[in-house]
Design a protein. Structure first.
Length: 441
C-alpha cells in the first residue's frame, strides 16, 4: 500500500469532519428514533413530504448534515444561513431568490443554524415565506424551542429532538473515518478498539469533537520507518489533557462512581463527596447527568427536612446547562457540599414506595364518591361529591373527610422525622391526626 501524506491531496486540507460528512441516511450516525424505517421523519423524507421543521439537540449530533441530506433527497436548492452573521437584509435577499425559484417550480430549503440567536423581528421575517411555501425552513438550535422560537413561527414547524450520540455510535463513526478513502483509508493507521472507545467517551456525544480528536491523535501518533502511524492510549491522554479516558458512561465504573458520590453525601461527608464529583467530571462525565442525580437526592435523602435543597439543585442544573464545563464544576461543588451537610430525611421516598406497592395491588379500586368531581346532573344523581367537606369552610381548615379507598382506610405512608424543618411537619401531622380522631363520630 502506498503511504500518503496528509497533504498529498488538497481535500486533506479540509477537517476530517467535513471530508467524511455523510451524504445519505444510510451513512448517517445515530438518531435511529427519527430515521429508522417507519419513523415519522424517515417517512417524510422517503415520501418527499418535507415541511418546515426545527432540529433541537446538543452540538455535534448532525443537525446541519441531516438538513443537507434532506435537501439532496428532495432535489431542492440548499441555502445555509447563519443566525450569527446574518440580519434582516440578508434574510430578505434570500427570500427574494427563493420566491423566484418557487415560481420556476423549484424548492428551496433554508437551513438556519443557531436560529435561537435571531431576535423576534428577524424570526418574524421568515413567516410570510414559510406560509406561502417559498421556503422550507429547517432551523437548528441547542436551546429549547418553546422558549427561544416565536410561537407564530414555531406553530408552523415540526420539532424533532436529536439526541447526543452514544459511545457505540461514535466508535462506529471513528472506524468509518479510518476505513473511508475520504478519511484515512489510504494510510496505514493503527488504532486499537480501546483507543477508539476512549476517544468516543471523551467526545461526550459530539461527533465533531470525536473526529477532531481522532485527527489530532493521528497527527501526533508514533510514526515508524515504513510510514505506519500508531496511536496509543498515552497519545490520546496527551492530546486531550486527560489522565484517564477509560471512563465508560455505560459501564460499571460509571455506576460505581455515582454510587460513591451519592453515598458520601448521604453519610454527611462533603470531602469524599467533592472528591467523587471531581473523579467523575475529570473522567469526562456529563455535568448535567450529575446535576440530575443531585435533584433526585434533594428529595430522596433530604426532602422536607430542608426544602431549599430542591430549588438549589434545580438552579445548579440550569447553571450547568448555561455554562458547561469547566465553569460549572464550582456550581456542582456548591450543591454537593450543601447536600452533604443538610439535615436528612428519606420519609418522602419511603412514603411513595409503600404507596406504590398498595397502588399496584388496588388499581381497580374506585375513587370514593365523596371526593369525585360532579360537573353534570347525572353525576350528582349518582351521588358524586356527596358528603364532600370543603376544608376552608372550617375554622381549623381540617375535616374528617376520608380520602383513601375503603380497602386502604387508615393506611399511613408519610412518617416524618424530627430532622431539620421536617420537625414542624411532624408536629403539624400529629395535631391533624389527633384532631380527626377526636372529631370522628
Amino acid at each position: 500500500m502506498r503511504q500518503l501524506s496528509l497533504f498529498d491531496h488538497t481535500e486533506y486540507n479540509a477537517p476530517l469532519a467535513d471530508r467524511i460528512r455523510p451524504e445519505t441516511l444510510e451513512e448517517f450516525a445515530g438518531q435511529k428514533h427519527l430515521l429508522e424505517k417507519g419513523r415519522v421523519l424517515r417517512n417524510l423524507i422517503d415520501k418527499d413530504q418535507i415541511s418546515s421543521m426545527i432540529f433541537w439537540g446538543p452540538p455535534g449530533v448532525g443537525k446541519t448534515t441531516l438538513a443537507r441530506i434532506i435537501a439532496a433527497g428532495t432535489q431542492a436548492d440548499f441555502v445555509d444561513f447563519s443566525a450569527v452573521t446574518s440580519g434582516i437584509k440578508e434574510i430578505r435577499e434570500v427570500m427574494a431568490n427563493a420566491e423566484q425559484s418557487r415560481k420556476l417550480g423549484l424548492k428551496t430549503i433554508l437551513f438556519v443554524d443557531e436560529i435561537h440567536r435571531f431576535n423576534k423581528a428577524q424570526q418574524d421575517a421568515f413567516l410570510p415565506y414559510v406560509e406561502k411555501g417559498s421556503i422550507i425552513l429547517i432551523g437548528a438550535t441547542t436551546e429549547n424551542p418553546s422558549f427561544e422560537i416565536n410561537s407564530a413561527l414555531l406553530s408552523r414547524c415540526k420539532v424533532f429532538v436529536l439526541q447526543a450520540l452514544n459511545a457505540d455510535d461514535l466508535t462506529g463513526l471513528l472506524r468509518h473515518a479510518l476505513k473511508s478513502p475520504k478519511g484515512y483509508g489510504e494510510q496505514d493507521i493503527v488504532v486499537s478498539e480501546d483507543v477508539l472507545r476512549m476517544i468516543a467517551n471523551f467526545a461526550n456525544g459530539d461527533a465533531r469533537t470525536a473526529l477532531n480528536t481522532l485527527e489530532m491523535v493521528i497527527l501526533n501518533g508514533e510514526l515508524d520507518g515504513t510510514g505506519r502511524v500508531t496511536v496509543t492510549k498515552e497519545t490520546v491522554e496527551q492530546c486531550t489533557s486527560k489522565r484517564s479516558l477509560l471512563y465508560d458512561k455505560n459501564g460499571e465504573e460509571h455506576y460505581n462512581l455515582i454510587s460513591a458520590l451519592h453515598k458520601s453525601m448521604r453519610n454527611s461527608d462533603p470531602n469524599a463527596a467533592v472528591y467523587w464529583l471531581a473523579r467523575m467530571l475529570e473522567a469526562g462525565e456529563d455535568p448535567l447527568y450529575i446535576a440530575r442525580r443531585l435533584i433526585r437526592f434533594a428529595s430522596e435523602d433530604i426532602g422536607l427536612a430542608d426544602s431549599n435543597a430542591l430549588p438549589l439543585t434545580i438552579s445548579v442544573y440550569q447553571a450547568c446547562h448555561f455554562l458547561g464545563m469547566p465553569e460549572c464544576s464550582v456550581h456542582l461543588t456548591h450543591a454537593v457540599t450543601y447536600l452533604a451537610l443538610a439535615p436528612r430525611s428519606n420519609s418522602l421516598y419511603t412514603a411513595y414506595e409503600e404507596a406504590k406497592l398498595d397502588a399496584q395491588k388496588s388499581l381497580a379500586d374506585p375513587v370514593p364518591l365523596q371526593i369525585r368531581n360532579a360537573p353534570t346532573g347525572l353525576m350528582k344523581e349518582l351521588h358524586y361529591g356527596e358528603g364532600y367537606q370543603y376544608a376552608h369552610d372550617f375554622s381549623e381548615k381540617v375535616t374528617t373527610l376520608e380520602c383513601l379507598p375503603e380497602t386502604l382506610k387508615d393506611r399511613k405512608y408519610y412518617r416524618p422525622t424530627k430532622e431539620g424543618a421536617e420537625k414542624a411537619f411532624a408536629e403539624r401531622l400529629e395535631w391533624v391526626e389527633k384532631w380527626k380522631e377526636s372529631h370522628r363520630i
